[in-house]
Design a protein around this ligand. Structure first.
Ligand SMILES: NC(=O)C1=CN([C@@H]2O[C@H](COP(=O)(O)OP(=O)(O)OC[C@H]3O[C@@H](n4cnc5c(N)ncnc54)[C@H](OP(=O)(O)O)[C@@H]3O)[C@@H](O)[C@H]2O)C=CC1
Ligand SMILES: O=C1OC[C@@H](O)[C@H](O)[C@H]1O
Length: 377
């Protein structure tokens, strides 16, 4: 999908809304649109914190999807969540939701080490799955999910929402057009300040936590999108700073690709409040490009392309119709499930390749490749 194809359901040729309107719409989303009569009925596994932002709110403006139910480990919690977010039904367990024949698709925002088990169950039950990033604990699990989805003929999409936004699509168009010249180096930061409690799933080894698994999955994905989805030949270096045994709050890594490109990355859940903007910089033989705020481009972003060395600069911004990254992704998920496109954007090879790269980074840092949940995680 190129930037021109982003969100085919959005009205064409409308001017992008300005900052004030974008922020206003995030704070006070406009009224929900009516649902299509054949809207995809999706159910949520767990009353997860991310679900309102990633699915429930954006779905209000994607007529092809209906958030039909939520299941939680406690039925009471599912009921409370459903009332709060206007979800019409609940299920008493994850299994009940997955096995309900009236449900077409499952959204899986469980902790990372539970992604494999519950996505596999959903696929085996014939459901399409929108799966939170990182797809699994490790590459072997990702390979098994992809194989199962192919066998069952269902959609399995890893929810790298930023990849569907016009800003990232435009960046990849520029890079792959050859405008920058021969690719030389990529620098990528995926960072957030430490706003999480010590007992957060992100810092729990048994739930496949770690900064590289969590926010670093974006950096690995963005770097690999730039080089065309390949896996690095080797991790030149990886250094972790730990918050608990085997659990990184920060990971620095250098990847060597076999076409001579080097990528330098930082993943951190402990960055400074003064330096909390994630960025993707791509340096070619003729020009360099920097996309600032690539993970949350809806709020604000900038794409600066500069001739090298230190020559003319231009700045681009691509907000599309002002929809969030999540809304763009949901439109695409619906189109995949309806068979209206077979362009995944985040392909199955991409999903497996990202987890393969993740395993390589953890190994190079001397930490363990993540695995299934531990009993008391
Ligand atoms: N796309 C994005 O922008 C973002 C994606 N994410 C991803 O989404 C996933 C969830 O993140 P987040 O919503 O922040 O996490 P939360 O901790 O808020 O939610 C995780 C849910 O998992 C369920 N769960 C099941 N078993 C366990 C267990 N053993 N321990 C803890 N929770 C359990 C809980 O559901 P129950 O209600 O059943 O108890 C809980 O609501 C992660 O994979 C993360 O990487 C996170 C943030 C942003
Ligand atoms: O997906 C995510 O995006 C934003 C981060 O702060 C968060 O930790 C991560 O899960």
């Amino acid at each position: 999908m190129s930037s021109a194809d982003a969100n085919p359901s959005a009205p064409a040729n409308t001017a992008s809304p300005g900052l004030f309107v974008r922020l206003w719409r995030l704070a006070f989303p406009p009224p929900a649109l009516p649902r299509d009569s054949d809207a995809l009925r999706i159910g949520i596994l767990g009353a997860a914190s991310i679900a309102p932002m990633s699915l429930i709110t954006p779905a209000r403006h994607v007529p092809g999807i209906l958030v039909a139910s939520v299941a939680a480990r406690s039925h009471e919690r599912a009921k409370q969540f459903a009332v709060k977010h206007g979800i019409p039904t609940t299920h008493a367990s994850y299994d009940e939701l997955i096995n309900d024949p009236s449900i077409d698709a499952i959204y899986n925002p469980l902790p990372n080490s539970l992604h494999y088990e519950w996505t596999m169950k959903a696929i085996q039950a014939g459901k399409h799955v929108l799966l939170e990033k990182p797809a699994t604990s490790n590459a072997d699990e990702a390979e098994r999910l992809v194989a199962a989805a192919k066998t069952k003929g269902v959609v399995l999409l890893e929810a790298f929402h930023y990849r569907f936004h016009p800003a990232m699509l435009r960046v990849l168009d520029i890079v792959h057009s050859g405008e920058l010249g021969e690719l030389r180096r990529i620098e990528c930061r995926a960072v957030a300040p430490n706003v999480f409690n010590a007992d957060d799933i992100r810092f729990n080894l048994g739930l496949a936590g770690g900064a590289c698994m969590d926010i670093g999955s974006y950096a690995l994905n963005a770097i690999r999108a730039v080089v065309g989805g390949i896996v690095p030949e080797r991790v030149h270096e990886a250094t972790a700073e730990l918050v608990a045994p085997d659990v990184d709050h920060t990971m620095h890594f250098t990847l060597d690709f076999d076409d001579g490109v080097t990528a330098v990355g930082e993943a951190s859940l402990n960055c400074s409040w003064f330096n909390m903007i994630s960025s993707l910089r791509v340096i070619g033989s003729q020009k360099e490009l920097c996309l600032r705020n690539y993970i949350l481009p809806t709020i604000w972003h900038s794409i600066v392309v500069q001739e090298l060395p230190g020559g003319k600069k231009r700045t681009e911004k691509h907000y599309g119709d002002g929809s969030t990254t999540y809304a763009y992704m949901l439109h695409h998920f619906v189109a995949l499930c309806r068979g209206e496109t077979d362009d995944y954007v985040v392909t199955h090879d991409d999903t497996v390749g990202n987890m393969r790269t993740m395993d390589m980074v953890y190994q190079a840092a001397g930490l363990s490749v993540r695995g299934p949940p531990t009993p008391n995680a």
